[in-house]
Design a protein around this ligand. Structure first.
Ligand code: CP
Length: 307
């Protein structure tokens, strides 16, 4: 079995079998990256280009490490230091990297739909590393992998996703993935940050955090996107923490063996207390490590489709 598309731009495009295949392939690579020699020759001779038009720490470095562990050549292009600042279009930049021999283009962009546009217009495989407020598919896949690692299953899990759902591409990709695999998803946050269309996605919605966390197996906190808060979605960060910040007292509402997740970067003291972020229930750094294995799986399987 392989993926059906040359691209990975959206969780919506994947069926449950394809998600399972990526997670299973990632499990093999998780063993590889735990060894002394963390590299395999699987994609020797291929070239991966990381094209980042927005800041990133985890995703960009994770794709770079994943590509290197698979023995591909890696080219990193950040828009701020490229000819984009001289007015070059996205498509011209992409065609240039193809002329340099790119087989896979990993793109992050502030505009929703950019990876889809690129995928239609270039021959290389395109991987969405986060597009605007739309999707972040490999983040959701690494989140699923981490849940499966700690809970042994996805089906039937009670997963509470808390915070700025409106602006979160991580939340959207996770909602699509978790509901496809049979988890029960609860969205928790201020009503102003919970868009109405979410009600049609088969999730439960809570504005009372204590109620929403009751009996949860997984709590996934989201970053409050401070750069987008000029519109008065909530009165103040102090008020936000008081109502929707994750404290040890609120964690106690969930199951005893609950795991705490966060895609990062975290705003400590705004959406999550340091006590919780650094607690034994936190799997936030496991998410980062698992991201390498999941991205190795994605790059490897996409190369199979293209071969
Ligand atoms: N989780 C995530 O996308 O983090 P970065 O913005 O650091 O890549």
């Amino acid at each position: 079995m392989n993926l059906r598309s040359k691209d990975l731009v959206s969780i919506k495009d994947l069926d449950a079998g394809e998600i399972g295949l990526i997670l299973e392939t990632a499990s093999g690579f998780r063993d590889v990256i735990s060894r002394d020699i963390k590299k395999v020759p699987a994609l020797r001779g291929k070239t991966t280009v990381n094209l980042f038009y927005e800041p990133s720490t985890r995703t960009r470095t994770s794709f770079e490490v994943a590509a290197k562990r698979l023995s591909t050549d890696v080219i990193n292009i950040a828009s701020s230091t490229s000819s984009v600042v001289k007015g070059e279009t996205l498509l011209d930049t992409a065609k240039t990297v193809l002329a340099l021999g790119a087989d896979i283009v990993v793109i992050r962009h502030s505009c929703s739909g950019t990876p889809h546009f690129l995928a239609k217009n270039i021959k290389a495989s395109v991987v969405n590393a986060g597009d605007g407020t739309n999707e972040h598919p490999t983040q959701a896949l690494l989140d699923l992998f981490t849940m499966q690692e700690h809970k042994g299953r996805i089906k039937g899990l009670e997963v509470a996703i808390v915070g700025d759902i409106l602006h979160s591409r991580v939340a959207k990709s996770n909602i699509y993935a978790l509901t496809k695999l049979g988890a029960n998803v609860r969205l928790i946050g201020p009503p102003t940050l919970l868009p109405d269309f979410m009600r049609d996605l088969g999730v439960s919605i809570y504005s009372d955090m204590n109620q929403g966390l009751e009996g949860a197996d997984v709590i996934m906190m989201l970053r409050i996107q401070l750069e987008r808060q000029g519109k008065g979605f909530f009165p103040s960060t102090h008020e936000y923490f008081r109502n929707w910040g994750l404290t040890a007292g609120r964690v106690a509402r969930a199951k005893e063996d609950v795991i705490i997740m966060h895609p990062g970067p975290m705003n400590r003291g705004i959406e999550i207390s340091s006590e919780v972020a650094d607690s034994s229930r936190s799997v936030i750094l496991d998410q980062v490590t698992n991201g390498i294995a999941v991205r190795m799986a994605a790059l490897y399987l996409l190369s199979g489709v293209r071969a």
